[in-house]
Ligand binder design. Sequence first.
Ligand code: ZN
Ligand code: ZN
Ligand code: ZN
Length: 365
Amino acid sequence: MADHPARLRRAAEQMSAHGVDALLLGPGADLRYLIGYDPPPLERLTLLVVRADATATLVLPALEEELARHAGLPEQVTVAAHGETDDAYALVHRALGDAQAGRLAVGDRLWTMFTLALQDQLPQARWALASTVTSRLRAIKEPAEIAALREAGAAIDRVHQRLPGLLAPGRTEAEVARDVAAAIVEEGHEQVSFVIVAAGPNAASPHHESGSRRLRDGDPVLVDIGGMRDGYGSDCTRNYVLGEPPADYAQAYARLREAQEAAVTAIAPGVTSGAVDAAARDRLAAAGLAEAFVHRTGHGIGLEEHEAPWIAPGGETLLEPGMVFSVEPGVYLPDRWGMRLEDIVVVTEQGAESLNRLPHDLVRV
Ligand code: ZN
Ligand code: ZN
Ligand code: ZN
């Protein structure tokens, strides 16, 4: 069980460091991180108001009060429930006190209907994004979070181990994807986040939607899959080949593998996120594949599948022990094929530990 009172105190420290007077969070990962409650994102206002003294008010619909109390809220949180005909924003006013004329950091993904209403009701406030306060907190994982991510990584590895048995000429991407989704749950995830099964030229689209294409002999198949296990994400890409791949594919794959491994080797505390990206990108550029690597090298992962830190060109985030992110360079040749090699890694005192343990070889089926 996470120490939510300590997280609220750390959030308050970040608020003062960034000149934020209150944090306003709707349902989602930030709120769940701070108080351990995962409210349904619906049209009635649910808003956590966190003040600079680390006390908080959870404004919620009266009919969800039981649900919230059942979640075991930290002691600093006061519940303020609104009935169907009450003014929910009056409760926000009261919770804010003096802070209503200050700088308010509002959840990055709070629905526009709530954000506009808040701006209308709090005309003196100045506005900022909650991520200015929360992303750094969430980026550095606690030991229990790393343990959860490690379990999620092991679970998705077990799914990849089942892939050779699911890939066969004549099957469609969508059929394989359905079986993979079932395997993601069977191997211990409570939820499937995404399943990308991209065969032949379809893999040249990095976020391809698995469809009606039938696998054929000679197809390279990119499989990028992830789910949520105990609230934490997995995300892993491996590349499979039915029979013999195109000659240039196997050569490029060797370069991709070097690029991915060079990026992981570059990881250490104090290194910038941009340097990790460059380690992969420079390798691919040296092989003449710079143009074919069309995305950043990685993204953080935790309560969300994509979160800070971002491992991108020019990134200035200094890596710290406990950060967890993907390292996933790719090579995409339109109308031909595509490939990506992805592991989740955790930054350690010495370097990086991969949470995905399967070999990086092309898997021949
Ligand atoms: Zn992606
Ligand atoms: Zn990823
Ligand atoms: Zn992925």
